[in-house]
Design a protein around this ligand. Structure first.
Ligand code: SF4
Length: 459
């Protein structure tokens, strides 16, 4: 049976099971944009079966936790949140509780979840998301916990429906997995090796999104810069950018994440040439010390990284640069940390996601000696955040009185009287306006630059 036939068979079976009742679903997503987009696919399949989304947990007939294992904190939240649903399950035995995603791809963790929370109905990993209709059907009918975790990532599956959070701005996965094995990172162990989608499949999907009103796309992959290397025909990420740039209706192109070691001159040229590629790059530094970068297996030096930033700024004037930084990696001395602060000063990032190192079982770094004391890690994190706050504030001050083009995303999460949207440089802008302009490009004059956001007036 082909996958399409399997999906149709179980979707129909689930529709019959529903007997015309409109079941409701609620999905809780942890982690990166890849996970967010996986949740959009789970939602897409549920919608096609006939389920509708609810934000109210008590109303849901199925609750899914799409988990992340990149940091310990996210894992602990999953344990807490799944545990908290015990009473829901007691009061509604027909409720289906599912746990999926990266955490479940680790068999030991999946077993632990099942042992601690026997009321969970469905557990599956990252490699079999496309079998979700069958797994859900089995969970609904079996009366015991359905568990399916595949060791092998398998071929890329096309054509899974997705219910995207926005009509104007969409995520499009261009590749899966990662070959880099940074010593602290669990991703290659749970997402498998790099597999690139075929260019035609990607451009067809984007063409369809554009035809339905999408204006901005974000190309997703753990390391988009190595897109195409596994296809073996010489078609690489810069080629894809140039082709996506030609798609009518798409006005902005973004991409995450870029590994510095794979950021080629051709890619920088493509970014500069393609007028739709936004002037922003997320370029994880992770650490500023060459000793720590080597221990992390990042395969670039601080000097390489600085040269890249210089090249980017020379070719793409005004480009915003954001980053990820880990503090407290095993063996990180005060001197190593000062190197990280120094890199922050030199690069002058627009923003930085800063994390305290947390060991991930099964990664080489988890068994490295010289763990850094928790208090020292916290103190270093605070110093890093304080420096970045000052830099972000100063950088945002440069926007004062400037007019920027904003793609209006929706009502501001913090202030329902304001709208919010992003500049091409990925700055979040708040301003007053009516909901009729959601999804439109507008010009906003910045009147109040803050450390993390800009406020302004539509003109
Ligand atoms: S590049 Fe490194 S940090 Fe990023 S997903 Fe791959 S192994 Fe993890």
């Amino acid at each position: 049976m082909s996958l399409k036939e399997e999906q149709q068979k179980y979707m129909q079976a689930l529709q019959q099971y529903a007997e015309g009742k409109r079941f409701k679903y609620h999905i809780v997503t942890y982690g990166c944009q890849m996970n967010v987009h996986d949740s959009e696919k789970l939602a897409g399949m549920l919608q096609e079966i006939g389920y509708e989304e609810t934000q109210v947990l008590e109303e849901a007939d199925i609750i899914l936790f799409n988990t992340c294992c990149v940091r310990e904190h996210a894992e602990q939240r999953v344990y807490g949140n799944v545990g908290a649903l015990r009473s829901y399950k007691q009061s509604n035995p027909n409720l289906i509780l599912g746990v999926c995603g990266c955490m479940m791809q680790q068999k030991e963790t999946a077993e632990d979840i099942i042992k601690k929370f026997p009321f969970v109905d469905l557990v599956f990993g990252t490699h079999n998301l496309h079998h979700f209709p069958r797994l859900l059907f089995e969970a609904v009918n079996s009366g015991h916990t359905v568990v399916e975790i595949l060791d092998e990532e398998g071929n890329i599956v096309e054509g899974i429906p997705a219910k995207r959070a926005s009509n104007v701005s969409a995520y499009v996965t261009i590749m899966y997995g990662c070959n880099n094995f940074c010593t602290y990172c669990i991703v290659p162990h749970v997402r498998g090796r790099e597999r690139s989608r075929l260019p035609g499949d990607i451009t067809d999907e984007i063409g369809e999104l554009a035809a339905n009103g999408c204006k901005e796309i974000t190309l997703l992959g753990q390391n988009v810069n190595s897109y195409g290397k596994d296809l073996g025909d010489g078609y690489l990420f810069p080629d894809l950018l140039r082709d996506v740039n030609k798609i009518e209706g798409i006005e902005r192109i973004r991409f995450v994440t870029s590994h510095p070691k794979d950021l080629s001159d051709d890619l920088i040229d493509a970014m500069a040439e393609c007028e739709k590629v936004c002037e922003h790059i997320h370029l994880p530094l992770q650490a500023g010390s060459n000793v720590i970068l080597r221990k992390m297996n990042r395969r670039y030096t601080r000097e390489d990284y600085l040269k890249l930033v210089d090249k980017l700024r020379a070719r793409i004037p005004g480009i915003a640069v954001s980053t990820d930084i880990i503090v407290g990696f095993p063996g990180e001395t005060e001197e190593d940390f000062l190197d990280t602060l120094d890199m922050m000063e030199r690069v002058q990032y627009d923003s930085a996601f800063t994390f305290i190192y947390s060991p991930r079982k099964g990664t080489p770094a988890a068994s490295m000696p010289d763990g850094v004391d928790t208090e020292v890690k916290k103190e270093r994190l605070n110093r890093l955040i304080a420096l970045q706050n000052d830099i972000s504030k100063a950088k945002n001050q440069l926007y004062m009185d400037k007019v920027v083009e904003v793609l209006v995303e929706g009502v501001s999460k913090n202030n329902p009287k304001m709208l919010s949207g992003r500049t091409r440089t990925n700055k979040l802008v708040h301003f007053e306006g009516g909901s009729e302009i959601i999804g439109e490009f507008v010009n906003v004059k910045i009147t109040l630059p803050k450390a993390w956001t800009l406020e302004g007036r539509m003109i």
